[in-house]
Design a protein around this ligand. Structure first.
Ligand code: AMP
Ligand code: ZN
Length: 165
C-alpha cells in the first residue's frame, strides 16, 4: 500500500496556527479580566441615585462590608463611632451616597438630614449637651478620608490644645 509522505513543513504550519489561536485566546481572557477589574473599581450608581465607591472605607461601612459601631441612621445619612476617638464622644456623620467632600452634595435632602443627625445626636448627650462639629474639607484642610464626613465631638474641650476659633 502507498503511504503519504509526512510533510514536516505542513506540521510546522499547523503548530504555528495552533500557537496563534492559543495566544489570541489568552490575550482575549487577559483583556476581559483587565476590563472587569476596572469596572469593579468604578463608581456605580443605582436606580435610587446612590453612589458607591467600592474602594472607599466609608462606602464599605454603609454597605455593612466593613465593621463600625453605628450610633444613628436615617434614610440618607449614617453616624458611627470614630475608630480613633480624640474625645470621649467622637462620631462621624456621613451621607450614605458617596461624595468626596461637601461641595459635591447637591441633593438638599442629604444636607438637611446631616443637620438632623447632628441635632438627634446632640439631644442624646448628657447635660450641658455641648459639642463641636468639625469638618476637614479638602486635603489642605486636613481631610484624610475622601468620603464627606463631619466630626461630632463631645466630652472634651478641643481648645485645650491652644487653638481658638
Ligand atoms: P479626616 O481626617 O477629617 O478625613 O477624618 C477621617 C477620620 O476617619 C479620622 O478621624 C479616622 O480616625 C476616621 N476613620 C478612618 N477609618 C475609619 C473606620 N474604619 N471607622 C471609623 N472611623 C474611621
Ligand atoms: Zn465613599
Amino acid at each position: 500500500m502507498h503511504q503519504k509522505p509526512n510533510n514536516p513543513l505542513k506540521k510546522l504550519y499547523m503548530l504555528i496556527i495552533l500557537n496563534m489561536i492559543v495566544f489570541c485566546a489568552v490575550m482575549y481572557m487577559v483583556i476581559l479580566h483587565i476590563d472587569n477589574s476596572a469596572k469593579s473599581r468604578a463608581t456605580t450608581t443605582s436606580a435610587s441615585s446612590m453612589v458607591v465607591h467600592q474602594d472607599c472605607i466609608f462606602c464599605n461601612i454603609v454597605a455593612g462590608k466593613a465593621p463600625s459601631t453605628i450610633v444613628g441612621e436615617s434614610e440618607r445619612v449614617m453616624a458611627f463611632k470614630n475608630i480613633r476617638p480624640r474625645a470621649p464622644i467622637h462620631y462621624l456623620i456621613i451621607p450614605k451616597s458617596h461624595s468626596c467632600d461637601m461641595r459635591e452634595i447637591t441633593d438638599p435632602h442629604i444636607r438637611g438630614e446631616m443637620w438632623e443627625m447632628v441635632r438627634s445626636l446632640a439631644l442624646k448627650l448628657e447635660e450641658p449637651q455641648a459639642f463641636n462639629i468639625v469638618v476637614n474639607n479638602g486635603a489642605v484642610a486636613g481631610q484624610s478620608v475622601f468620603h464627606t464626613h463631619w466630626h461630632f465631638v463631645s466630652g472634651k474641650s478641643l481648645y485645650s490644645a491652644g487653638v481658638r476659633l
